[in-house]
Each structure stands twice: as C-alpha cells, then as structure tokens.
Design a protein around this ligand. Structure first.
Ligand code: ATP
Length: 371
C-alpha cells in the first residue's frame, strides 16, 4: 500500500507540557482517516503538524516520501479546512474559491474553468455570485471545502469542519463529504470528537488519548475489538464485567464472571488465574424474564450455560430499541439494549422483574484486568 503521509516518532510540547507523545502513523493514498478523541488529546496538533502550522520537537513527517520539516504550509501538497471556515467576507463565492488559484498565478481563463467545477462538486453551482453573508452555515462550509479542493491537493486536512452545523445538516454533510472524497480520490485526514461521525465517514479511525494513539483500525475493528478499556469506553456504551480465568481449553476459556461460571472466547492468550475484564455492548446481551426461563426447559437449558441473574431497575424507550438498567445479584449494574420485535411479548421488562442475562456466544471481548 502506498502511503501519502508518514509520521515517525513525533513529539511536541507546548511550554514544557507534552501535547503529542511519540506517535507514529502511516496514512494511505486515497484514505479517509479520522483522528478521534476527547478535547485536548492532541488531534488538532497532529493536523497542524502535518499542515506545517506547528513544528514538531522530534521525529519525522514525510509527505509523498519527502521530509517536510521546515517546509512552510504553502509548499506542502495539503490544504486545510478549519472549524471556522474563515471565508473572505468582502468577496463573493466565486472570488473566495478563485483566491488561491490567483495567488498561484493561474490564468483567469483556466480559473473560469476550475471554479465552476469545484462549485458543482459541492452542489453550489447557482451560488457563485452570492456573498458569504447571504449563505447558510452549511453553504458557507461547502464554499470553504470547494476553496480547499479547487487546486487539487494530495491531502485535505479537516479540523472539526461540521461542528458549527445543526444535527440534520451535519448528518447530510457527513454523507456529502464522504461522497466527495470518493469522487475526488483525495486523502482526507479528519478531526472529530464525535464517534458516530468518525464511524460514518472513515476508512480507518485513530483513537487518541493524552497525546498518544490508543488504537488504529476500521470502525468495525475499533468497536468490536477494542484494544483496551479506554477505546471500548470512548466508542459507545460498554459493560465491563469482572472475572478470572479458571480453566484453559483448546478453543475457549472457562471463567468466573461476576461470580458465575461461564465459557468465553478470547483473541488474546490468558492463563488460569488471570484476572480479566469481559466487555459486552448493550446490544450483545440476551435477557429473559426468570419466570419464563423457569417455565421453559429449552430456554432454561440454553441459559444455564451463561446465566447471570439480576433485577430490572428501569427501562427507557429509545425508538428503535429500548434500554434496560439491570443490577446483577452481585451488585454490578449493566445496561442492555433490546430491539423491538414483532414477537414483542418477551421483550417487555418492568422494574422489579427478576431476569436471566446471557449473551450471544463469542460476542464478548476479554481483556487483561487493568489496575
Ligand atoms: P479539541 O477537540 O478541544 O480541539 P484537540 O484534541 O484538538 O482538542 P489540541 O488542540 O491538539 O487538542 O491540544 C492538545 C494539547 O496541547 C492541549 O492540552 C492544549 O491545551 C495544548 N496546546 C495546543 N496548542 C497549544 C498552543 N499553541 N500553546 C499552548 N498549548 C497548546
């Protein structure tokens, strides 16, 4: 695979405080890569280092194989779209987009060809003569993107470009941006703290924490096989059960989880006696009301294999699903999401119901116990 950008052992401090702590990352040609993490974890700094707006303290960044240390932003084959789109307020849309091409000395006849093409890509063909103040937030954002793609950079860096938009527009723009990236084949490096946004658009996600990279992978990898508790917790709801490995067989492990003997599968290697976390997403669980389990020998047998017992605290209607708070008999609280079903009879729980809790076999993630 060809890499457009490689960061090797990059570190950066501000006034002695470490913002980026020795990170390495390769970004593939044509990839949509998202830096994801909470406020202050260093996402913007990584983008600014690639763009040339900050100098790193140590390490190396290469773009298309060339080290870029000391190279000013204008000389790098990358463009940046910032959170505040910073259009020139006294110029109309056409001139805003043409600005960079004029600076680069492109003849007006060529500019007259390129600007409408860029406007078409962001679906603003009819707005060329509007002033920025006459555009909605979403339209202004699209002008900013058209301005950034008009000179066909190798890489587009986008720093939370959708954060000022309302929910609906933001969702639409996410799809449009992804589509645009596919059409153009340009590498996009996108920054967000919104997990859903990252998953919707990205080929790969980089989960960051305090200046370090915790995991790099496809959205599916990161969600279904998180490298550690931090990643698991950052990308959606997770239940963390505590356990200990009690036996090792060829294909699986026996474990005592929240005081109950169960069989688990794990991608990592464990030995008898190891303390572990067993991670389950709310939608991984299967819950049955105890009296129904007791009445149904088949169900009872199915559940006997992995059956934690607990009591329903409350339920929440969520539209497509409903959530159930359950306290297990050892005191651990879990959150379960149940999908509505045609055969809904068994899916309704009520506060106080005694329930049996199992999970879909193999959906658990077993990690070494932290701390
Ligand atoms: P956000 O989502 O809030 O934008 P972020 O993940 O993009 O956060 P950065 O802006 O990269 O985080 O900041 C990382 C750390 O570096 C923070 O602790 C921040 O305060 C610090 N920092 C960033 N830029 C500067 C600067 N110019 N001077 C001093 N400290 C800075």
């Amino acid at each position: 695979m060809q890499h457009v950008i490689t960061l090797s052992d990059i570190s950066k401090s501000f006034d002695g405080d470490i913002a980026i702590d020795n990170i390495s990352l390769s970004i593939a040609d044509g990839e949509f890569l998202t830096l994801l993490g909470p406020s202050g974890c260093g996402k913007t700094t990584v983008l600014r280092l690639i763009g040339g707006f900050e100098e790193f303290d140590s390490g190396e960044i290469r773009i298309d194989g060339t080290p870029v240390s000391g190279m000013v932003p204008e000389d790098r084959p990358v463009n940046t779209v910032f959170q505040s789109y910073a259009l020139f307020p006294h110029m109309n849309v056409y001139d805003n987009i043409a600005f960079g091409l004029r600076i680069a000395g492109m003849p007006e006849t060529d500019i007259a060809h390129e600007v409408p093409k860029a406007l078409q890509l962001v679906r603003l063909e009819k707005m060329a003569h509007r002033m920025p103040s006459e555009l909605s937030g979403g339209q202004q954002q699209r002008v900013a993107i058209a301005r950034a793609i008009v000179n066909k950079p190798r890489v587009l860096l986008l720093d939370e470009p959708l954060s000022a938009l309302d929910y609906r527009l933001r969702k639409d723009m996410q799809k449009e941006l992804k589509e645009l990236q596919r059409t153009l084949g340009i590498t996009f490096v996108f920054v967000t703290h919104d997990q859903e946004e990252a998953f919707t658009m990205s080929d790969r996600v980089v989960v960051m924490n305090e200046g370090r990279i915790e995991q790099v992978g496809t959205p599916k990898d990161v969600y279904e096989d998180p490298a550690n508790l931090y990643v698991a917790r950052f990308v959606g709801e997770i239940n963390v059960l505590d356990g200990v490995i009690t036996g090792v067989s060829e294909t699986n492990y026996h474990a005592e989880v929240e005081g109950v003997s169960v069989v688990v599968k794990a991608k990592r290697n464990f030995a008898e006696g190891d303390k572990v976390h067993v991670l389950l997403r709310p939608e991984d669980f299967r819950v049955e009301v105890m009296r129904e389990v007791n009445d149904d020998p088949e169900l009872a047998e199915k559940f006997a294999k992995a059956m934690l017992k607990g009591t329903v605290d409350r339920t929440y209607y969520k539209g497509a699903t409903y959530d159930v708070d359950i306290t297990l008999d050892d005191g651990k609280k879990i959150l379960v999401s149940e999908f509505f079903d045609e055969d809904a009879e068994n899916l309704y729980f009520h506060a106080g119901d005694r329930v049996a809790v199992g999970w879909f076999e193999g959906w658990e993630v077993v990690l070494p116990h932290e701390g």
